[in-house]
Design a protein around this ligand. Structure first.
Ligand SMILES: [Zn+2]
Length: 304
């Protein structure tokens, strides 16, 4: 072997070592984030915050009802969490508020343990592959056991653990198959992705969502909840009616600004360059940039 080859081998080994180190570092980072934060909502209702959408868990003698089940990578942590509430044998119902993977991928490993309930359109979306171009994301078709096996069109009720659970479809808001889940006795609502508490939301225009319809839906919900209602947003901290009202005001306020600029003849690019008024600055911290939000608003207004 000559020196030239030895140098090359050395370089390859160093490269391999660095690569293994970065994999180990990435794993360590992931392991850290694969846990849930548990927030008590009432005596028998919890909110779990993991990596994706917020989860609600209702417990009691008659079993466990869960709203949404986070990403696939969170499933082991979620199963561990369920042990605290009586274990997988107690898991009876999973409600999917809509088809997005950050709310439904847990179906893949929990589907065999529970009935999965969702709007009709969630099942049809999950039967085939779906693409979200904005995030460059493709969702593969779900196997039978991970699909919602109880579906509904407008509304349905479940009675469990002394609680009346209403699952109501609000059309054309975040997607084309959104459910809002009301817990009557507890006075709690799980908003699905009709509420991102404190930051600009993603609205899936490609799959039937629209900011203006979403605002109209939120207005209807504001009219039926009260100051004591605990609001579980799809993303963000446990909230109140006032927080949902702020979110509604932001939806209306930002769409009015974009509409005005659009009526003045500005193109999307020009509106993005001009930006929104300072009032909405804090909403950009957390998830979507103002530019992306303006794009979603512009797209929604075009479709109306
Ligand atoms: Zn979503």
């Amino acid at each position: 072997m000559d020196w030239k080859n030895l140098g090359l081998i050395k370089m390859l080994l160093i490269g391999l070592f660095l690569c293994l180190c970065s994999i180990a570092a990435a794993e360590k980072h992931h392991a850290k984030t694969h846990t849930f934060k548990t927030i008590p909502v009432t005596d028998n209702l919890w909110m779990l915050q993991g990596k994706g959408g917020n989860i609600a868990i209702l417990t009691g003698e008659q079993g466990i009802l869960m709203v949404d089940d986070d990403y696939k990578v969170m499933s082991d942590a979620l199963k561990k969490q369920i042990q605290h509430y009586g274990g997988l044998d107690k898991l009876t119902y999973i409600i999917n508020t809509h088809w997005h993977g950050d709310h439904t991928e847990g179906n893949l490993s929990l589907g065999n343990h529970a009935q999965i309930i969702a709007h009709d359109s969630v099942r049809s979306r999950l039967l085939s592959s779906q693409e979200i171009k904005l995030f460059n994301m493709v969702s593969e078709p779900y196997p039978e056991e991970a699909l919602p096996n109880v579906t509904y069109l407008q509304a349905m009720k479940l009675y469990m653990n002394g609680e009346e659970v209403s699952i109501v479809h609000y059309p054309g808001g975040h997607t084309d198959g959104d459910s809002i889940v009301f817990f009557k006795q507890a006075n709690v609502v799980h908003m699905g992705d009709h509420h991102f508490s404190g930051f600009f939301p993603f609205v899936d225009i490609e799959h039937g969502g629209n900011v203006l319809t979403m605002a109209a839906n939120v207005k209807l919900i504001l009219a039926i909840i009260d100051e004591q209602t605990k609001v579980i947003p799809g993303h963000g901290p446990l909230s109140t009616k006032a927080d949902l009202q702020d979110f509604y005001d932001m939806l209306l306020g930002t769409s009015a600004e974009v509409q005005k600029m659009s009526e003045q003849g500005l193109t999307l690019k020009q509106i993005q360059e001009k930006g929104l008024s300072d009032r909405w600055q804090s909403w950009t911290d957390g998830f979507l940039s103002t530019d992306v939000w303006i794009g979603i608003l512009y797209g929604s207004l075009q479709k109306k």
